[in-house]
Structures are given as C-alpha cells and as structure tokens.
Ligand binder design. Structure first.
Ligand code: SF4
Length: 132
C-alpha cells in the first residue's frame, strides 16, 4: 500500500483514493532466492574490521540525533573514556571537538589556558553574575 500520487484532494479527503494497493507477491518471490547471498554479503561487510570507513567522530554523531553506532565508534574505535572532554557541561561541541582534534580527551589534560564557556546565567550565583 502506498500513497497514490495521482490523487488530488477535493473539499473532502477521500481516504480510499489517497492510497493505492498493489500486489507485489510475484516480485517478492522472484527476489527471495537472492536473500541468503545478500545476507552473506552483509555478514562479510560487518565482520571486516580492516576496511572500516575511517570517518572521525564529531558533532555529526549527535545531530540530528544520536547515531546508533556511537558506542562502537567512540568507545571501541577511538577509545573515548566514559568521562571525557565530551562530558563537560556547557563546554559546547565546537570546543569539545577542538580539544579532541588536539588529541585531548581526558579532562585532566585540558590546558590551564583553554578558554572555557561561562556557566549559563540560571546556574550562576548572584555574586558570579556581578563579577561577569
Ligand atoms: S558514531 Fe555514527 S555518525 Fe559518528 S562517526 Fe560513527 S558512524 Fe559516523
């Protein structure tokens, strides 16, 4: 069943006309014999650890949503510890990536002169707001 792209809505939605029902049984049966071979190809690709794509981690791993393979790319492939520069609240992904690109992932390795982001106002004490 799929949207019938030839349907044009009038004043009222005709739900029966909006969808088209197509019998694809014959097409599916024709493809069935190839499934075991396809599955073996998938297995081969997934088990090949030497020719993995070499795409670095970054903000794209969380946007527009968290990638399903983040655990593997971050923890296994890149050995990012559970608590790292990426765990720092409000550092902002650009600064986190900047540190990572300098080879700094451990919080204790952040240089003293690295410019951190101020706490958002709602988390500052009154005294901190006066100073800033
Ligand atoms: S976690 Fe996902 S988006 Fe990030 S590098 Fe790995 S595969 Fe790419």
């Amino acid at each position: 069943m799929h949207i019938d792209n030839t349907y044009v809505r009038g004043n009222k939605l005709d739900i029966e006309a909006l969808f088209a029902i197509v019998d694809v049984t014959h097409d599916v049966l024709e493809l069935q014999d190839a499934i075991p071979h396809r599955l073996q190809e998938f297995e081969d690709v997934l088990s090949d650890k030497t020719d993995e794509p070499d795409i670095d981690i970054g903000a794209h791993c969380n946007k527009p949503y968290e990638c399903d393979t983040k655990e593997y790319c971050w923890r296994v492939q890149r050995e990012i510890p559970e608590y790292s520069v990426f765990s720092i609240f409000n550092l902002g992904s650009k600064k986190q990536v900047a540190l990572y690109e300098q080879g700094i992932v451990d919080i204790k390795d952040i240089p003293d002169d690295f410019e951190m982001t101020n706490k958002p106002k709602q988390y500052q004490t009154t005294k901190q707001r006066r100073v800033l």
